[in-house]
Design a binder for this molecule. Structure first.
Ligand code: DC
Length: 216
């Protein structure tokens, strides 16, 4: 089973993705970390063509054999730099291909989270969720995760990032995506709602999807 989760920064995609992966026994891939790792590497002087990038079994990006800790990638500077490098078509082409190959690994069961998963990376995903929340709530959540940043700063940076993170099929719900608004909901409430949606989608899966799954 392949579950695609898309939506803007701070909407709750990672918390939800992790919980769904655990619940349904699937691997979890956070594609934002790959864009962050590319931004990190370019800043360190790597060129895109010489960059060797993969993910380890814990979902951490690995550059030239070295796993990058998530704390090093989830900074305000890399919030901005990753959003900028993600606009380069050659970066997107490379990472979309890597993400598709990551989705094929193992038995192919995956929860993949990003901006363009349901529209571009895995357009045939079995379940597509588009997770949103009001900008103020997303900024409040992010301000808690970024030490030293005020709510006002986070709100401004988040709105700028929302604008930059459009195009290339990003931040538009796929035609068959289910939109989940997490404003005012606890993570547990969001997970419960999503679990119900995934279970319903599984029950309604067409015989052709079942056959494909068995053939994997
Ligand atoms: O999900 P995140 O905030 O860690 O992502 C960092 C940046 O990477 C985000 O601002 C836009 C880009 N990104 C993208 O363009 N496509 C994806 N599938 C995931 C992230």
């Amino acid at each position: 089973m392949r579950i695609a989760i898309d939506g803007p920064a701070g909407a709750g995609k990672t918390t939800l993705g992790r919980a769904l992966a655990e619940r349904f026994g699937l691997r979890f891939v956070n594609t934002g970390l790959l864009y962050r790792a590319v931004a990190w590497a370019l800043q360190k002087g790597y060129s895109l063509s010489e960059l060797r990038l993969s993910l380890d079994e814990r979902g951490r990006p690995v550059v030239d054999g070295h796993a990058l800790p998530k704390a090093e990638l989830q900074t305000r500077e890399l919030d901005r730099l990753s959003s900028e490098v993600a606009r380069r078509p050659e970066v997107r082409a490379r990472l979309v291909e890597l993400q598709r190959s990551l989705a094929r690994r193992g038995d192919g069961g995956v929860v993949m989270e990003g901006r363009d998963i349901g529209t571009v990376v895995l357009p045939d995903a079995d379940v597509k969720l588009f997770v949103t929340a009001a900008p103020e709530e997303r900024a409040r959540r992010r301000a808690r995760e970024r030490p030293g940043a005020s709510f006002e700063q986070m709100l401004k940076e988040l709105k700028e990032r929302d604008e930059r993170d459009r195009g290339f099929g990003r931040l538009v719900p796929a035609a068959d995506a289910i939109v989940l608004d997490t404003t005012g909901k606890t993570p547990e409430e969001t997970v419960e709602e999503a679990v119900r949606l995934v279970e319903r989608a599984l029950r309604e899966r067409s015989p052709s999807v079942e056959a494909r799954e068995r053939g994997r």
